[in-house]
Design a protein around this ligand. Structure first.
Ligand SMILES: NC(=O)c1ccc[n+]([C@@H]2O[C@H](COP(=O)([O-])OP(=O)(O)OC[C@H]3O[C@@H](n4cnc5c(N)ncnc54)[C@H](O)[C@@H]3O)[C@@H](O)[C@H]2O)c1
Length: 497
């Protein structure tokens, strides 16, 4: 049993949190060993961010044995109240009220991407355990600070990559690596080929909704005028607050690839070649709606292709593109949101909750499927780890999540550091035959949208030092600028060592 519910868990001063400007490494209070460090009969959770995902996760917390929603924070106080009322929880607009509360043991962070790391570090410093949504870092440097903070303060920190809690992943790894069911792996093609539309382009800035606290909503990001039609959700497509489709769906799929194909033995890629663009949409978004990357590692490479475009302007179907070394070799129905592991003896086609192994003649030789609700399993895994104080029991431990996010952050850096499209940029030093086919096929799809590679950007191969998490060699200085952002005063991420 818990000795005292009202026991204060943190020694952070009110000024430090609610004054807003006094937060930083130098003033950081040390998380204390408190209630959460003895076995908890019930984990009291604060939800930070009550949009689509935060409200969904609140419902999962509510259904998780041993957990309870006690507070909900959102600068859109209407959203906070709507979710809080469902669980008789307290609604606040400033997440610092949650962090200073002695009645909260852990937080679920489902804010916009630009807030993930600062909220996580503040929570860790306040002695809370953390379930933080993907992508971990809006930039790669800040993700590393979260990892360091979790280690320093010995908190339980899980990334919201729920597919890590899918039981089929270990069966697939077993089949591919122990049984060698398809022979040696040659390369991976990851895809997110899913339709989206433009987000509007207003002639004058969006009037910030009066029910949303602008200062808190922007937090660490620059306060900038918004020219898209809506504040919520479409922040994904603005670099100031989002990470594009690469940081959105890309993280899920790359995380699967790292897990299943590389068995987590590869932290980050060491060579990155990319192109992409925001094609065919005259809107206020900045992130690419077509983005393709060759990510080379010490072992086999991975290619990832993201497209939000239809096959032709005005049509409904999403792209179906291939990277086969030989035309016609690709198995039918490759997942549009998933990956193909190309092996000597056939293909493994994976997506959420299912997958199949196909030999070179097209016969399905093994199928994998699980009906479990992986969000529920993932939340239960977090709550169990909080109660047992065993970070080693987490299915998506935070450093692993930092690496999976990192592949995507690096692909975004290469896009942003690149320049006018040049086909020559896409000639990697090593010959990767399927990459050439992927480039040709992608440019072919784009022809339907005016056929002009001029609307794309590309970046010559960037070299990345996995040990220091910095770019090295040619173009490194430019690329390294994008590994970290400028933080607004009062919302700086402290350097954690
Ligand atoms: N794991 C998954 O499958 C999955 C699925 C969807 C979304 N997500 C992630 O969840 C996050 C939220 O996505 P969404 O679709 O709910 O977006 P959303 O725009 O609907 O919600 C984000 C919410 O965060 C709030 N917010 C902004 N600043 C805040 C602050 N300082 N404190 C508290 N709340 C703040 C916003 O007001 C908004 O209500 C994203 O990072 C996204 O990548 C993960």
């Amino acid at each position: 049993m818990i000795s005292s519910r009202s026991q204060s868990r943190v020694s952070l001063s009110r000024r430090r949190f609610l004054g807003g400007v006094a937060v930083g490494a130098a003033t950081a209070a040390t998380a204390r060993t408190t209630r959460a460090d003895s076995a908890l009969s019930e984990v009291r959770i604060g939800i930070l961010g009550a949009g689509g995902k935060g409200s969904q996760l609140a419902s999962y917390v509510d259904k998780t044995p041993g957990a309870k929603v006690v507070m909900v924070a959102d600068p859109d106080i209407g959203r906070a109240r709507k979710t809080a009322d469902l669980y008789q929880a307290k609604a606040v607009k400033d997440l610092r009220h949650v962090l200073e509360s002695p009645d909260v043991d852990a937080v679920v962070i489902a804010t916009c991407d630009h807030w993930h790391c600062l909220a996580a570090i503040w929570a860790i410093e306040a002695g809370k355990d953390v379930y933080v949504e993907k992508p971990l870092g809006h930039n790669q440097w800040e993700g590393r600070q979260v990892v360091n903070a979790a280690t320093k303060h010995q908190r339980i920190v899980q990334l919201g990559t729920q597919q890590r809690s899918d039981a089929i992943q270990s069966q697939i790894r077993d089949f591919l690596h122990n049984e060698k069911g398809l022979g040696e792996i040659q390369y991976v093609q990851a895809n997110r080929l899913g339709l989206r539309g433009p987000i509007g382009k207003r002639p004058s800035p969006l009037a910030f909704p009066s029910n949303v606290d602008r200062e808190l909503w922007f937090g660490p990001a620059a306060i900038e005028p918004i020219y898209r039609n809506q504040l919520h959700y479409d922040w994904h497509w603005d670099w100031n607050t989002g990470t594009g489709e690469m940081g959105n769906w890309g993280v899920h799929i790359i995380d699967d690839v790292r897990n299943v194909a590389y068995q987590d033995a590869i932290d980050l890629p060491d060579r990155i070649t990319v192109a992409g663009g925001r094609v065919g949409w005259n809107d206020a978004g900045q992130t690419p709606n077509v983005h393709f990357a060759l990510l080379e590692t010490k072992t086999f490479p991975t290619m990832i292709t993201l497209s939000n475009l239809p096959t032709q302007p005005g049509k409904k179907g999403a792209w179906d593109i291939t990277s086969t070394p030989t035309p016609g070799e690709w198995p039918e129905n490759a997942p549009g949101s998933g990956y193909v592991i190309v092996c000597e003896g056939g293909y493994y086609l994976g997506q959420r909750g299912s997958g199949r192994a196909v030999d070179k003649t097209g016969n399905v030789i093994r199928q994998f499927h699980d009906d479990a609700n992986i969000i529920a399993v993932h939340m239960q895994n977090f709550v169990d780890a909080v109660r047992s104080r065993d970070a080693g029991a987490l299915n998506a431990p935070i450093e692993n999540g930092h690496f999976s996010t990192g592949w995507c952050n690096l692909a975004n850096v290469a896009f942003r550091a690149g320049g006018e499209f040049s086909r020559d940029d896409l000639e990697p030093e090593t010959t990767v035959a399927p990459w050439n086919r992927l480039v040709a096929n992608t440019l072919g799809c784009l022809r339907e949208f005016g056929g002009n590679p001029e609307s794309l950007r590309s970046c010559p191969t960037l070299h990345h030092d996995v040990a220091t998490e910095r770019f090295v060699g040619e173009n490194a200085a430019r690329a390294n600028q994008f590994l970290r952002r400028e933080y607004r005063r009062g919302y700086e991420i402290p350097m954690m060592s």
